[in-house]
Write a new protein. Sequence first.
Length: 292
Amino acid sequence: MNYVIAIPTYNRVKELGEKTLALLERHHISKDYIFLFVVEEEREAYKNAYPTYQIITGVLGLGAQKNYIVNYFPLDTKIVKMDDDVEDVWRVRGAEKKKGPIDNLHELIVEGFTECENHNRRLWGVTVFAHYNSRYMEDRITITPAFCTGSLYGFFNNKFNGINSGWCEDKEYCLEYSSRNRGIVLFKGVACKTKIGAPGGLNKKFDERKELHIADMKVLADKYPQLVKVDPKKADRLVLSRKKLIAPTLVIKQPRKRSKSSDKFIRPSGSDPKVKSKKNTDGCVIPDAILE
């Protein structure tokens, strides 16, 4: 399966290599799949730090950069969006909720897109709960209108352009795809290890972020009234409709292949697929299967 990993990054040259790129390298994800989206004034810094990666000059702003990404790739491209500060991806296993790093990120990505295809959905994601809140996580997959974390999710590119402020781009994408496709595929037992308010990024203070979130929440509640409303107790939160009129919840048991000698998932063979590719006009490589 061919897909691309799009990483918008700003003011985190060092952190990107120590976290997200280090994670992808540990899981043997081909660099042919990885695209770094930066702003013009930081292009040279990123190019010097990561000369073997594909670096695309985008635009400033969370929402604007996300819109640039979906317009950059062809329609129906399988896009995995990752933040630039993801330290690891964790999952809980079984009723006892044993937690630990996932064994194979490529396998998770393939499973996400496969479940989308099997159930006619177009977006998959992992739970919004932090990795240390395993008591709120469950070893299962659900298909229903829901929110996933913005740190890691995959979707079939439909060229959807969201609001440019973009402080709630993850929620907007979940709502848009839920509205169009009656829900998303959610891995409730998988979560990203990240740190809220990590150095770098747009460096917005907490109060500033909260004000921006409140403004975006109002916009989204007005745009998707059949799915959400603003939380009456917390104006910076959205509440999903309990009725979920557009689709019921479908629960899929998490498929697991375990070795007899351990509790670990069996690592699939060929986890680093060979990618035939060519250069586009920016000198960056896109897999042939995406260009066809």
